[in-house]
Design a protein around this ligand. Structure first.
Ligand code: NAG
Ligand code: NAG
Ligand code: NAG
Ligand code: NAG
Length: 428
């Protein structure tokens, strides 16, 4: 197991308590109900959104968010490079699939079909310093994975990831859907000729959570009941039967929630109508992540478990609902963009908890870090932006459209997350 050292200034701890509270509040208000559903969920139609009133508190003074370098240092290993340190270089080959060859691209991520005019963002590949990262070879992958099962467990970015893999593999064999839950949030596909199973399992908190969203409007009707000490049985019941598991989650923790442990209320995150202590996103995220890693390292699981670090969004020129957009058409240079501050909070927790877990995972459990944060930060050009909907400017070229700078176009940069997975499976 690679030992990960990381340097990370504990920037937010040094904030006065009051300011940190303001940050928490701002985060939650920013994403309450309507706002959240619009960007983070894919199931409701745009026109169905009610206009929900909410107040906003300005983010704290920008001085608190001065650029911070992400430094993930891995001690050099004999004949090995760090796959996650590198740059994006031009790649004439382009993607392995298109909107016409892959039926797994959901409308909201189908940038080609939706009319995104530029295509330059498709012609880059991740180039780790000091080694070559081959493109995932779908034929080889399916052959290698004969009789094996994969599952991507998490939120809508996790779903975005599994769709990318399905598209890549479908260039060799058509996948057949074999299973799904009632709401089609969790689904499983089979590549019958190779007997390879690939699932996307919906579990946005990883922990057990009761979510009270109105099915029709998508508006939140009450705080989420989040049980920090209980993992979601929707995935734990399958865990033992899976050969390869990729966990990733995070963004849902910004929602208004009541935190429980042993079924007793500990406090909450943004619950102004209740008399509970504000505990903050970081409190809950750390508890759940630690709980997840405890579960993994004591599971005697015989397969391979990946923990994928959270992916940053790239809203620029304003907040998501204030004309914030992502108009770039090329990757950014190293150091050009800062990690969004929410991701900074996540990242410190993710790296710290992973490191702790990896020192404990010596009893045969194969736990790997798929550290996509730094390389994804360099791809502000990879999001749908306004092309979340079909031809958004066909009737009015000045139409006001909410941009999605969080999910990723397919094909797009996250196809390389799968190149990394394959490389880690073969040579990890
Ligand atoms: C497919 O793989 C599963 C294990 O994932 C195995 O139990 C099953 O027998 C295989 N089926 C065929 C037809 O090879
Ligand atoms: C896959 O499973 C089938 C049926 O159980 C078995 O005959 C075959 O040898 C297995 N192949 C591999 C590569 O494990
Ligand atoms: C588990 O799955 C069921 C059925 O899809 C769903 O209603 C429930 O919300 C899920 N649990 C969590 C914690 O997401
Ligand atoms: C809120 O909780 C505190 C401490 O538990 C208590 O002293 C106070 O009376 C409560 N306030 C209300 C309005 O219930």
């Amino acid at each position: 197991m690679k030992k990960l050292l990381y340097k990370w200034k504990s920037w937010w701890r040094s904030l006065p308590k009051f300011n940190y509270f303001v940050i928490k509040l701002w985060v939650s208000i920013f994403f309450v109900g309507f706002a959240f559903r619009l960007i983070y969920s894919q199931s409701t139609v745009f026109s169905q959104y009610p206009s929900v009133k909410y107040t906003r508190i300005s983010p704290p003074h920008v001085d608190y968010f001065t650029p911070q370098q992400i430094t993930v240092e891995t001690p050099p290993q004999e004949g090995k490079c760090n796959l996650f340190i590198g740059d994006w270089i031009p790649n004439q080959g382009g993607p392995l699939y298109t909107d016409e060859t892959c039926s797994f691209i959901p409308d909201h991520q189908n940038c080609m079909k939706n009319g995104r005019p530029d295509t330059g963002y498709l012609y880059w590949r991740w180039n780790p310093h000091g080694c070559e990262l081959p493109r995932l070879n779908p034929e080889k992958f399916l052959e290698l994975m004969r009789n094996r099962s994969w599952a991507f467990i998490g939120d809508s970015i996790s779903r975005n990831h599994v769709q990318s893999l399905l598209c890549i593999l479908s260039t060799v064999e058509k996948a057949v859907e074999v299973d799904h839950d009632e709401g089609y949030k969790s689904r499983r596909w089979l590549f019958p000729l190779h007997n390879v199973s690939v699932a996307g399992i919906w579990s946005p908190f990883i922990a057990e959570a009761a979510i009270f969203d109105d099915i029709v409007t998508g508006a939140s009707t009450s705080e989420i009941d989040l049980h920090l000490d209980k993992l979601d049985t929707n995935w734990t019941k399958l865990f033992k039967s899976l050969d390869y598991v990729i966990f990733s989650f995070g963004k849902w923790f910004i929602r208004s929630s009541i935190y429980y442990e042993k079924s007793t209320v500990l406090g909450c995150h943004y619950c102004p109508k209740r008399n509970f202590t504000e505990l903050g996103i970081d409190f809950a995220y750390q508890k759940v992540l630690r709980n997840l890693f405890d579960y993994i390292v004591t599971s005697n699981h015989k397969g391979t478990i990946f923990y994928r670090t959270s992916a940053p969004d790239h809203f620029e020129n304003g907040e998501w609902d204030k004309g914030g957009n992502c108009r770039r058409t090329e990757p950014a240079r190293e150091g050009e963009l800062d990690l969004p501050w929410l991701n900074k909070i996540f990242r410190e927790i993710e790296l710290r908890e992973f490191q702790k877990a990896s020192t404990r995972a010596s009893n045969g459990v194969n736990l790997k870090l798929l550290d996509v944060t730094p390389l994804s930060l360099l791809r502000p050009d990879g999001h749908p932006g306004p092309y979340r909907f079909f031809q958004p400017f066909s009737k009015d070229k000045n139409a006001k459209v909410i941009n999605d700078c969080l999910h990723w176009c397919l094909p797009g940069p996250i196809d390389s997350w799968n190149d990394l997975l394959m490389e880690m499976v073969i040579n990890g």
